[in-house]
Every structure is written in structure tokens, then in C-alpha cells.
Design a protein around this ligand. Structure first.
Ligand SMILES: C[S@@+](CC[C@H](N)C(=O)[O-])C[C@H]1O[C@@H](n2cnc3c(N)ncnc32)[C@H](O)[C@@H]1O
Length: 278
């Protein structure tokens, strides 16, 4: 039988996982403020056991590990071996024994029932083939009343930091394949009503979605250019059309430059801050 998320497992263990692992410092710079905002809703406490779904290279797992202290556990779970390798190295370097990592699919992994106080995710829960089944499985890992808090993207059009550079090079590249609106992927949960329905169907209560708009960035102009050219929709288009590389680089640099300031390039992002209770 094919594994439930075979496509995503292949994707995050090949090119995408390697790219994310290599670019992690820049991506952490970009995503950390949004992850910390979602973490506020959990208010992690010493001694707690917290699960970090789709933890990637583990920046958020390490922050949770600091908060729960040596008597707690922050378990980062991911399907991507290259990203978990970075996470494990970081935890070791930081001497945080309570940060542990597990290579597993959150949709199907047989969690010990009611074994976590909270579940967190920073952009790691939009990739499930069957999101209702996945959140049912995740809910069973939570103690009754345990909290779920995660951040995910709203629509591409609202996320200017991704859509604006892509628009700026539209005349240089063939159009990208339109994604089915609810397909597993970064924008899989853009539709807030659908997301609320999935979480409720999975048995969560007190489901709350708060739209959050914040300018984010991955560094100075050259660092932002490097991230924009490798990650997300533009990265994929460029890999398919290497002959357009020079023209695309010039156009993206010109599009990012007006957003450069003392804190680097900052452009608007749009996400959902999602919280719920088991
Ligand atoms: C956009 S990345 C975010 C990584 C990390 N949380 C961060 O913010 O840097 C999405 C992550 O979700 C993971 N992922 C995708 N599907 C998953 C699944 N079914 N179970 C566990 N992790 C999954 C990917 O391997 C990847 O590391």
C-alpha cells in the first residue's frame, strides 16, 4: 500500500528538504516572529510535554524546549531527514536534552494517547493528504483540554512577500501550474472556513482563527534575493527555466529594493493564528 503522504515525504526528503536545510538561518529569520506569535497562545510552562508538528530544522522546537525546561519535553516531529539532521545538531549544540526529534508522519504516527499537554506548529500542518484524519490523530495525542496552536498562510495574493516577486517576473517566465485551491501545500489552509470545519470535524473545540498581518524578511537585499530565488513558487519556476536566471535575478532585485530598510527587506505576510482545544 502506498504511504498516506508519499508525495510529500519524497518532496521534503529530496530537493525541498535539502534547500530548506541549507537556507534555514534565513528562513528562521523570516518565520520566527510568526512562530513566536502562535506560541503565545500556548503559554508553555516548565515540565510540560509539547509536540511540534513539521518542526523542520527545529528552531521552534528549541524555543519550546527552553520554555518547558529540563523536566519537560519538546518533541519535534517531521518527515524530512535532512531537516531533522539540522534540528538534532542544533539541540546537541545548545545542550537541550529535553528537545527530542522523531522522523514520522503526523497523519499516521501511532502517538501514545493523551501524552502531550500542547501541540504547536509553524507552517508544518498544511501538507496532509487527509487533513481531517491527520488532526484526529493529533488530537488523540493531546490530554483532554490540551491546546493546539499553529500558524499557516492565508492566500498567495495576501502574502505579498511571495506573490509580489512572482508578479514582477511574470513577463519573463511561463505561468506556473495553477494549484487546486485545497491541495496539500503552503496555501492548503488559506480558506479559513474550510480550516475551521476540518478542525471541528477532527473533534477539536473552541476553534479560533485570527488573521495576522506582519511585514517579514529574511535579511538584507542580497540575502532576501537568495531566499526568494530558492524557496516557494518562484524557486520552483526558476528551477524549471534555468535559461531565464539572469533576467529573473535583475527583476527580483529591482522589485525587492524599494522594501529595503535598516532591518533589511520587509514585505507584508498574511497568516492565520489558529488555536483550538482537544
Ligand atoms: C514549510 S516547512 C516548515 C518547517 C519549520 N516548521 C519551520 O518553520 O522552519 C513544512 C514542514 O512540514 C513537514 N511536513 C510535511 N508533511 C508532514 C507530515 N505529514 N508529518 C510531519 N511533518 C510534515 C515538512 O517536512 C517540513 O519540514
Amino acid at each position: 500500500m502506498t504511504k498516506a503522504n508519499a508525495d510529500q515525504i519524497a518532496y521534503w526528503n529530496a530537493g525541498a528538504g535539502e534547500t530548506w536545510a541549507a537556507m534555514q538561518e534565513r528562513l528562521d529569520h523570516q518565520l520566527e516572529p510568526l512562530g513566536l506569535k502562535a506560541m503565545e497562545a500556548l503559554s508553555p510552562k516548565p515540565g510540560q510535554r509539547i509536540l511540534d508538528i513539521g518542526c523542520g530544522a527545529g528552531q521552534s522546537t528549541l524555543a519550546l524546549a527552553e520554555a518547558v525546561g529540563a523536566s519537560g519535553l519538546a518533541l519535534g516531529l517531521d518527515i524530512s531527514r535532512p531537516m531533522l539532521a539540522v534540528a538534532e545538531g542544533r539541540a546537541k549544540a545548545a545542550g537541550l536534552d529535553q528537545a527530542q526529534f522523531l522522523e514520522a508522519d503526523a497523519q499516521t504516527y501511532a502517538f501514545a494517547p493523551q501524552s502531550f499537554d500542547s501541540v504547536f506548529s509553524r507552517f508544518g500542518v498544511m501538507f496532509f493528504a487527509d487533513p481531517t484524519a491527520a488532526f484526529q490523530n493529533i488530537r488523540k495525542a493531546l490530554k483532554p483540554g490540551g491546546k493546539l496552536s499553529f500558524v499557516c498562510w492565508r492566500t498567495p495574493a495576501e502574502n505579498l512577500f511571495m506573490s509580489m516577486p512572482t508578479r514582477a517576473v511574470a513577463h519573463l517566465l511561463p505561468p506556473s501550474q495553477p494549484q487546486a485551491p485545497h491541495a496539500p501545500g503552503p496555501f492548503g489552509f488559506a480558506d479559513g472556513d474550510r480550516l475551521k470545519g476540518i478542525l471541528e470535524a477532527a473533534g477539536f473545540s473552541a476553534v479560533t482563527l485570527i488573521p495576522h498581518d506582519q511585514k517579514i524578511g529574511s535579511g538584507d537585499l542580497e540575502q532576501s534575493l537568495a531566499t526568494t530565488l530558492k524557496i516557494g513558487p518562484l524557486g520552483a519556476l526558476l528551477r524549471e527555466n534555468p535559461d531565464r536566471r539572469e533576467a529573473v535575478i535583475d527583476a527580483v532585485r529591482a522589485a525587492l529594493a524599494p522594501h529595503d530598510g535598516p532591518d533589511g527587506v520587509k514585505i507584508l505576510s498574511a497568516s492565520w493564528m489558529v488555536s483550538a482545544q482537544a
